[in-house]
Design a binder for this molecule. Structure first.
Ligand code: ARG
Length: 461
C-alpha cells in the first residue's frame, strides 16, 4: 500500500509509471532541513491558534528534532514510495510522533506554500555561499592587480592593440563586474525576503494561523501580501538563475582572456602546474582547462536560466505541477558555481605574468597614435585635423617599418608644423598612461585609488 498525502478520494494507488514520473526526492532532498524548520514554525502557530495542545507541540517538536538529526546522519532517507521530500518527512514525523500528533501538522498548510517557502530559504542561504565564492575570485584579482601595479599592457578593442593601459586597470575591470554580481545577489535577497508560508494551496488559511509569525521564525522580514502570488510566483527563482548565469558569463570573459594569454603567441601568463593539465599524447602540453571549463560551464548556466524561463512562460495562476521543474536548474547553477569558483580563484591567484613582455608590447601597434592626436588638441589643433596628422604619422612609420617614437624632429615637422618635439612627452607608455588621469582612467594615480576602493568593496561585500 502506497503512503501518500492525498489517497482519500482514490480507490487505488497511482500507476507505477505515474509514480516514477511524479517523484522528486532524488533532487528535492536537499530541502529537507528547511522543510523541518518550516514544520517547527508551523507547529508553533498551530499551538498559538489553539489547534495543538502543549503536550502535542512538545512531542511534535522533539520528533522533528530527532527527524532532523536522522536526516543529517543518513538514518532517515526517502523511501521508494515517497513522492517528494515533503511527503517523506511527514512519514518520518508520523513514525516518530505517532499518527495522532504527527497527523495534525498538515492543518492549514499545503505543499504549495511549503515548497515556495523552503525554496526561498535554500536560495537565500546559497546566495550567501555563492557571493562569498565570487568575492574569493575578486580577492585573487585584486591581489594580482596590487602586485603588478607598475606593469603596462596593450589595451585592446576589437582584439587589436588600442592604447596602453595598466595591467591592474584591466584586472580591476573584471573586479567591478564581479562586485556587481555580488551586489545583485544582495539586491535579490531584499525581494526574496518574503515568506509564502500560510498561503495554503493558493487562497490562504482559515485556521487563524499567523503568517507573519512563521515568516519571522524562518528568518524572513515579512509574509507575502498575496497568497496566489506566494504559491505561484517564481520570479525569485528566475532572477537568482539570472544572477548565477551573469556571474558565470563574467567569469567566462576572464577565462577567455586567460586562454589567449597562455598561448605561445601572447605569452602574457604562465599557469601554475596545480591549475593546468597535460595531454595524454603530447608530452609538452600545458592546457588551461580551468579556464576552458569556466567558459564551458557558463553555457550550462545560461541553459539553466533559459530552461527555467521557458517553464514559467505562460503558466496560468496559481500552482501547477510544472513548477516542480523549477528546482533542478537552479540547484545545478548553485552546484556548478560552488565547484567552479574555488578552482577559478586558485587559477587566478597562481597566474605568473610575463611583466617584461607585457611592458614591451604595451606601446606597439601604434598604440600611442591617440596620444599624438590628443597632444595636438591640447596645442590648439582641431581634433579632425589632429586625427589626420596622427594617422599620417602612422602611415609614414608603417611604410618605413619604424615606430612612432623613431620619427625624427624633421620627420614630425614635415608631417605637420604643429608636431614640435614636445609631442615626445606622450610618445612613451608612461606619458600616455599618466595623461589619462581623470577619474576611472588608467593613470597610475587613479588605478591606485581604484585598487583601494575595490579592496574596500570586497571587504564590505
Ligand atoms: N513537489 C512539488 C514541487 O516541487 C510540490 C508538491 C505540490 N504538489 C501538488 N500536487 N500540489 O513543486
Amino acid at each position: 500500500q502506497r503512503i501518500s498525502l492525498w489517497g482519500g478520494r482514490f480507490a487505488d494507488g497511482p500507476a507505477d509509471a505515474l509514480a516514477a514520473l511524479s517523484k522528486s526526492t532524488h533532487f528535492d532532498w536537499r530541502l529537507a532541513p528547511y522543510d523541518i524548520a518550516g514544520s517547527k514554525a508551523h507547529a508553533r502557530v498551530l499551538h498559538r491558534a489553539g489547534l495543538l495542545s502543549d503536550d502535542a507541540l512538545a512531542t511534535m517538536t522533539s520528533a522533528l528534532d530527532t527527524l532532523a538529526a536522522d536526516v543529517v546522519a543518513g538514518r532517515f532517507v526517502a523511501a521508494d514510495d515517497d513522492e517528494d521530500v515533503h511527503t517523506a518527512l511527514e512519514r518520518g514525523l508520523i513514525e516518530r510522533a505517532g499518527a495522532d500528533v504527527g497527523g495534525r501538522l498538515r492543518a492549514g498548510r499545503s505543499r504549495n506554500d511549503q515548497v515556495a517557502t523552503l525554496f526561498r530559504m535554500y536560495l537565500r542561504d546559497h546566495a550567501r555561499v555563492v557571493a562569498g565564492l565570487v568575492l574569493d575570485v575578486v580577492d585573487a584579482l585584486v591581489a594580482q592587480a596590487d602586485t603588478h601595479i607598475d606593469v603596462a599592457m596593450p589595451g585592446r578593442t576589437h582584439l587589436q592593440h588600442a592604447q596602453p593601459v595598466l595591467l591592474s586597470h584591466h584586472l580591476l575591470a573584471h573586479v567591478w563586474a564581479l562586485l556587481r554580481d555580488v551586489q545583485r545577489l544582495q539586491d535579490w535577497d531584499l525581494r526574496a525576503d518574503e515568506s509564502p508560508y500560510g498561503s495554503g494551496a493558493l487562497a490562504g488559511s482559515s485556521l487563524g494561523l499567523d503568517p507573519q509569525a512563521v515568516a519571522e521564525d524562518l528568518g524572513f522580514t515579512r509574509s507575502v501580501r498575496n497568497s496566489i502570488d506566494g504559491t505561484a510566483g517564481r520570479d525569485f527563482v528566475a532572477e537568482f538563475a539570472f544572477v548565477c548565469a551573469m556571474t558565470a558569463v563574467d567569469i567566462s570573459r576572464i577565462a577567455e582572456e586567460v586562454v589567449l594569454w597562455a598561448t605561445k603567441e601572447f605569452s602574457f601568463v604562465t599557469l601554475d602546474d596545480a591549475f593546468s593539465t597535460g595531454s595524454s599524447i603530447m608530452p609538452q602540453k600545458k592546457n588551461p582547462d580551468v579556464a576552458e571549463l569556466a567558459r564551458g560551464k557558463a553555457g550550462r548556466l545560461v541553459g539553466d536560466l533559459a530552461g527555467l524561463l521557458t517553464t514559467l512562460k505562460a503558466l496560468p495562476l496559481a500552482y501547477n505541477r510544472d513548477l516542480q521543474e523549477d528546482k533542478e536548474p537552479v540547484f545545478d547553477a548553485v552546484d556548478t558555481l560552488v565547484l567552479l569558483l574555488p578552482a577559478f580563484a586558485g587559477m587566478v591567484a597562481t597566474l605568473t605574468f610575463n611583466q617584461e613582455r607585457l611592458n614591451s608590447l604595451a606601446p606597439q601597434g601604434f598604440a600611442l597614435a591617440t596620444d599624438v592626436a590628443e597632444w595636438l588638441v591640447r596645442e590648439g589643433v582641431p581634433f579632425r585635423i589632429a586625427h589626420e596628422v596622427a594617422g599620417e604619422c602612422v602611415r609614414v612609420c608603417e611604410s618605413r617599418g619604424i615606430e612612432l617614437w623613431d620619427l625624427s624632429d624633421a620627420d614630425l615637422a614635415a608631417i605637420n608644423p604643429s608636431l614640435t618635439p614636445g609631442v615626445r612627452s606622450v610618445l612613451t607608455v608612461e606619458g600616455s598612461m599618466g595623461s589619462r588621469d581623470a577619474v576611472g582612467g588608467t593613470a597610475p594615480v587613479r588605478v591606485r585609488e581604484q585598487l583601494a576602493q575595490a579592496s574596500e568593496a570586497s571587504a564590505a561585500g
